[in-house]
Design a protein around this ligand. Structure first.
Ligand code: AOF
Ligand code: ZN
Length: 389
């Protein structure tokens, strides 16, 4: 495969970044194709886009197959721009590399290789063996990964991407001392959370939040505030609910918990030794993992979600203790905080319960990635800076 950067492109290749950018845009129009990656594809011929495709959900055509179907005979001698290496395996659908060869395309330009061990370079090799020239636009590799951060993390590390979501006041408080927390943020922030949920493969919480707030943890399409186009691009996704996951080391989840009674699948992670009653929890799939100080071992839960449920991206919507535990364990990739223009005072509860930091040397360092106003609130996106020692 030939690596080429934007600055090395020849005269006749000047359109390549724009065409790959369009393929990226098509891929990103779908919030999640779980467990598959989001992929976009553009077919170009004589300076014109002749077809476009994207992957919407498992079992539906891959991006290349959709574009080829749209192009028909025009696919012959076209240049193909695709955000991920075309697949080479027989999965739920046939191999895209073979379909591209059969359609007689001239060249294939990709943004990144597929880390799926059933593909991993074999898609490129199949195309090359058929005499098709394959390029990788190296300036797009980071974007190819950023498009599917959880998919890459699961394939490469056996763990899902973890997003921690929280809402707080200007003074970093989340709830009054008695637990009263409803509606700290406005309707726009809550619609944004609905989108985060829709894009997630699982929503994870702790039993204490279930006992205190009895959340539903589901996607309510009417609250998404989607445009017509967004609605259309995500029509498949809107038919499913993300998995709901409760961490419950002593099996205290009540059978009447709201989240157990609504559409979609619930998982409860408990410890090997937990003896609580299970009969009334028939509505949830029970997983037992190892324990650490009497609590479920968080990394084991994440490994199980990646291995047993193919979760690429999970959203943690938990209280300050579980949120703090995920952070302290170094298991968080992104923190999304909605900051409401309110001051709750120092009797109210903090954002995270993390005890034992004695000096600034212990603090968890973050990098701010994005700041946006959503209605009256501010949405902050942080990534922990991984310590190198
Ligand atoms: C592509 N184009 O649009 C996508 C690809 O078993 P399947 O048919 O659902 O295939 C899933 C795998 O195919 C997925 O794990 C990844 O390796 C690849 N995804 N490949 O050529 C696409 N979505
Ligand atoms: Zn494919």
């Amino acid at each position: 495969m030939e690596q080429i950067s934007n600055s090395q492109l020849q005269e006749h290749q000047q359109q390549w970044p724009a065409l790959m950018g369009r393929a990226m845009e098509l891929a990103a129009s779908v919030l999640s194709a779980h467990p598959n990656p989001r992929v976009g594809c553009v077919l170009e011929k004589q300076g014109r886009i002749v077809a476009e495709g994207w992957h919407e959900a498992p079992g539906l055509p891959h991006a290349e197959a959709m574009a080829l179907a749209m192009a028909g005979e025009q696919a012959a001698q076209a240049t193909v721009f695709v955000t991920l290496e075309p697949c080479s395996h027989h999965g739920r659908t046939g191999p895209c590399s073979e379909a591209l060869i059969n359609a007689g395309v001239a060249e294939v330009v990709i943004a990144g290789l597929d880390p799926n061990p059933s593909v991993a370079g074999q898609g490129v090799a199949a195309l090359q063996q058929a005499g098709i020239r394959v390029w990788q636009l190296s300036d797009f590799e980071a974007r190819a990964r950023a498009l599917n951060p959880g998919y890459f993390k699961r394939r490469e590390q056996g763990l899902p991407l973890v997003r921690l979501k929280a809402a707080m006041s200007l003074d970093g408080r989340t709830a009054m001392a008695d637990g009263e927390a409803k509606w700290i943020t406005g309707a726009e922030a809550r619609a944004d959370v609905q989108r985060l949920r829709l894009a997630s493969d699982a929503i994870l919480t702790g039993v204490n939040t279930v006992l205190l707030d009895d959340p539903s943890l589901n996607v309510r399409p009417e609250n998404l505030r989607f445009s017509e186009a967004e609605q259309q691009a995500n029509s498949q996704l809107l038919r499913r609910q993300p998995l709901r996951v409760i961490l419950d080391s002593q099996l205290r989840t009540p059978a009447v918990a709201r989240t157990l009674g609504i559409e979609g699948q619930c998982l409860i992670y408990t410890t090997a030794e937990a003896a609580g009653s299970r009969s009334h929890l028939a509505k949830a799939e029970l997983h037992r993992v190892s324990s650490e100080s009497g609590r479920v071992h968080l990394a084991s839960v994440l490994e199980s979600l990646a291995r047993d449920h193919e979760c690429n991206e999970i959203l943690v919507e938990a209280g300050p203790t579980l949120g703090g535990a995920f952070l302290s364990a170094g298991l968080v990739d992104e923190i999304i905080v909605y900051m409401a223009p309110k001051i709750l005072g120092s009797d109210a509860k903090p954002l995270f319960e993390i005890a034992g930091f004695k000096s600034l040397d212990h603090c968890i360092e973050l990098q701010c990635q994005d700041v946006r106003q959503v209605g009256p609130d501010v949405r902050l996106l942080y990534r922990p800076i991984l310590s190198t020692d």
